[in-house]
Design a protein around this ligand. Structure first.
Ligand code: NOJ
Ligand code: CA
Length: 584
């Protein structure tokens, strides 16, 4: 049984920004009734929270755990069931926490372990679960293991990493994602050897062939699970398995290396081991980033019979339109439909359109010009919350936050942007097109501080924010949206309540309609005799759409991001209009 709320056809009540007690009364209902279910993770909605940019509590310009604690009432008020927190562990922050120097410590900028315990308790008291990032393809080069390993060839930690002794000559070509020279081998003078780093040179790859390393990881997982967290999002896990002899890889190019590194030897053995040793002993969820290069490989991670992970998220959806200024809706429909069919009988997937590595979803898949921003953000949230799979909503998307404006490389903070610029400077290249692409796709677009209100720095900090606040915060912010019953935020709340009240939106069969239509994304969700029709006008012009023969709307729409809808045999849809109606 899903948590039922009576608010499904009404806009959710909003709460007073400062009153926790009003917050407790806010709709929709929490998902606490689901807690005991083994597959609660299918019915929850995940809210991805980027801690560095959520709320600063002490004026140093960096978001922190106390800041999140002060906003728990808000998380409760929007109805999220689970929070996925990006890494909060000790880190020199070469890659914003994805370079961990101590897996059992909290990054001092973010707070203390006592703050963490209070955060977890506060979430659980409100019926919100907490999923942490597990970043074990690599550690930081400042981790004690690596410091010891690089100091001597006989260090007990030497085999926690991959080394290529210089006397064997230059190591076989391997590409790196963030390296200035794109080279995944870094020469290290103290032991006259190269070490492997698929990401930046401050992110040396861990050697999963070593059973001791695997046990360390299991123990780290147990440490956090014993604290009571509710699962892990496993970072870059598709890359952990490697052939330690590093044979030459003919045909490896800068374009195909990520696929070539995917799915190395023993990957599934490592996952089965993790499941058996750790995960199966807790009622928690596990999700792998980018598991599998295609649907067949992805199924191997999440087929329940194989006892590996619970769900996966793929990159093909966010990959649509990633190399151009436009995208084709028919491509988006094809990709989401293909992945839905792959999991129609078994397995489970995440549904997402953005995260901290992607531009803002409204700027990419919607239209962020003032006339269309709100409608298109509401449409995209409707899509996320009405597809089959667990929705992953990235913080700020519930407000319709947009890509930002940066003035030159000095404004960017992301290691990927900075190192790509260094490479451009070395090799020479077209700066105008580089910055055009960065403006559209930089990861910093989605990492700007959360826009709480119209006061200085959007209410995120009283100091200087680590990354510039998007200047549009004066108009687009949580406080303004609370007051507006038709805001993106209130539409999000309402849509969330509708999803949580209707099992058909979680489990119902998905069927794409009118696949070739270049503007309309329409589908049904069906469970037993209940059938729901979702019609989304993915365009900035009015469009009409004829109801397929045999589909008859029953009653008023459950969701509509405009005040009215003209509906008879044909729907007259406004730009970016999104409608959900029961049909027979
Ligand atoms: C994927 C993470 O989402 C990204 O932010 C990070 O840079 C890489 N993995 C490396 O950990
Ligand atoms: Ca702070």
């Amino acid at each position: 049984m899903l948590a039922l709320t009576t608010a499904c056809n009404q806009p959710a009540k909003t709460e007073n920004a400062t009153s926790a007690s009003t917050a407790a009364a806010a709709k929709p209902a929490s998902t606490t009734v689901l807690d005991k279910k083994a597959d609660w993770w299918k019915e929850t909605v995940v809210y991805q929270l980027y801690p560095r940019s959520f709320q600063d509590s002490n004026g140093d310009g960096v978001g922190d755990l106390k800041g999140i604690i002060s906003r728990l009432y808000y998380l409760k008020s929007i109805g999220v069931g689970t929070v996925w927190l990006n890494p909060i562990y000790a880190s020199p922050n070469d890659d914003n926490g994805y370079d961990i120097s101590d897996y059992r410590q909290i990054m001092p900028e973010f707070g203390t372990m006592a703050d963490f315990d209070a955060l977890l308790k506060g979430m659980h008291q409100r019926g919100i679960k907490l999923v942490m990032d597990l970043v074990v393809n690599h550690s930081s080069d400042e981790h004690a293991w690596f410091k010891s390993a690089r100091a001597s060839r006989t260090s007990p930690y030497r085999d926690y990493y991959y080394w290529w002794p210089a006397e064997k000559g230059t190591p076989p070509k391997r590409y790196s994602t963030f390296d200035v020279k794109k080279d995944a081998w870094q020469y290290d003078a103290p032991t006259k050897s190269y070490y492997l780093h698929i990401f930046s040179k401050k992110q040396p790859d861990l050697n999963w062939n070593n059973p001791k390393l695997r046990q360390e990881v299991h123990n780290i997982m147990r440490f956090w699970l014993d604290k009571g967290i509710d699962g892990f999002r496993m970072d870059a896990f598709q890359f952990v398995a490697k052939d330690p002899t590093f044979p030459p890889m003919p045909g490896l190019t800068e374009q195909n290396y990520a696929n070539a590194y995917n799915h190395g030897p023993h990957l599934h053995d490592y996952l089965k081991e993790i499941n058996q040793e750790v995960l199966s002993h807790y009622n928690v969820m596990s999700v792998a980033e980018g598991a599998g290069r295609n649907v067949t490989e992805a199924m191997l991670f999440v087929d329940p019979a194989r006892k590996e992970l619970d769900m996966t998220y793929h990159f093909e959806g966010v990959g649509v339109g990633s190399n151009s200024d436009t995208y084709k809706l028919t491509d988006l429909k094809r990709v989401f439909t293909k992945w839905d069919s792959a999991f129609a009988q078994k397995g489970w997937q995440a549904i997402d359109l953005g995260n901290h590595d992607q531009p803002r979803m409204v700027s990419k898949f919607g239209d962020d010009r003032p006339a269309f921003r709100a409608a298109s953000a509401k449409l995209l949230n409707t899509f996320l919350l009405t597809m089959r799979g667990t929705p992953y909503c990235y913080n700020g998307d519930e407000l319709g936050m947009t890509n930002s404006r940066f003035n030159g490389i000095a404004d960017y903070r992301d290691v990927a942007a900075r190192n790509a610029y260094a490479l451009l400077k070395q090799q020479g290249g077209n700066e105008a097109s580089f910055f055009h692409s960065l403006a559209r796709f930089s990861r910093d677009n989605s990492r700007t501080p959360f826009q709480w209100d119209a006061t200085a720095n959007a209410g995120f900090t009283t100091g200087t924010p680590w990354l510039k606040v998007n200047p549009n915060y004066v108009a687009i912010n949580r406080a303004a949206e609370e007051k507006d019953s038709s805001s993106v935020l209130n539409h999000f709340r309402h849509t969330m309540a509708v999803r949580q009240a209707h099992a058909v939106l979680v489990y119902g069969r998905y069927q794409l309609l009118d696949a070739a239509n270049p503007y309309i994304y329409a589908y049904t969700r069906t469970q037993g005799t209940e059938k729901i029709l979702v019609v989304l006008n993915f365009s900035s012009a009015p469009r009409s759409w004829s109801l397929p023969a045999g589909l008859k709307p029953i009653g008023k729409p459950w969701l509509n991001n405009y005040p009215t809808l003209k509906m008879d045999a044909t729907l007259a849809l406004q730009p970016w209009q999104a409608v959900l109606v029961k049909v027979q």
